[in-house]
Design a binder for this molecule. Structure first.
Ligand SMILES: Nc1ncnc2c1ncn2[C@@H]1O[C@H](COP(=O)(O)OP(=O)(O)OP(=O)(O)O)[C@@H](O)[C@H]1O
Ligand SMILES: [Mg+2]
Length: 113
């Protein structure tokens, strides 16, 4: 199992969600966060996302998937979020040790989807 963490532009959230649904990835967590990449937030002002100082408003997605869903998940996020401009975002992949559905106490692959 993997945990996919993606930081994207807030205005790309709807497109990323649509791409994820098309790929049958229907479970996700979304948070509003602040951050900057290697331009330290400076060159993204034109995109209209300037916030306090050089920290820019971003959206963070967390998606836990079985291994065979990893590549489809990455591809869906890229399809939805990529413009080719700086600040499009980043995807981090972590090994996920366990997942437990609280209601049923199922674990692992059964619990995840
Ligand atoms: N190494 C990192 N560690 C933690 N968060 C990061 C890292 N890189 C990027 N982020 C987060 O991802 C967001 C988007 O990053 P961004 O797309 O600007 O990356 P970048 O490396 O600067 O690439 P680009 O040159 O395409 O802009 C940042 O605002 C920040 O929140
Ligand atoms: Mg950047």
């Amino acid at each position: 199992m993997k945990l996919v963490i993606a930081i994207i532009q807030p205005d790309k959230l709807e497109e990323v969600k649509e791409e994820l649904y098309k790929a049958e990835i229907n479970l996700l967590t979304v948070s509003e966060v602040l951050g900057h990449g290697r331009q330290k937030g400076i060159t993204e002002v034109y995109r209209g996302h300037k916030e306090t100082g050089n920290l820019l408003r971003k959206v963070r997605l967390e998606i836990a998937v079985n291994d065979h869903f990893l590549e489809p998940t990455i591809k869906a996020i890229v399809r939805g979020a990529k413009t080719g401009e700086t600040g499009d975002g980043k995807i981090f992949i972590l090994d996920l040790k366990e997942c437990i559905r609280i209601r049923t106490e199922e674990r692992g692959s059964t619990a995840i989807g």
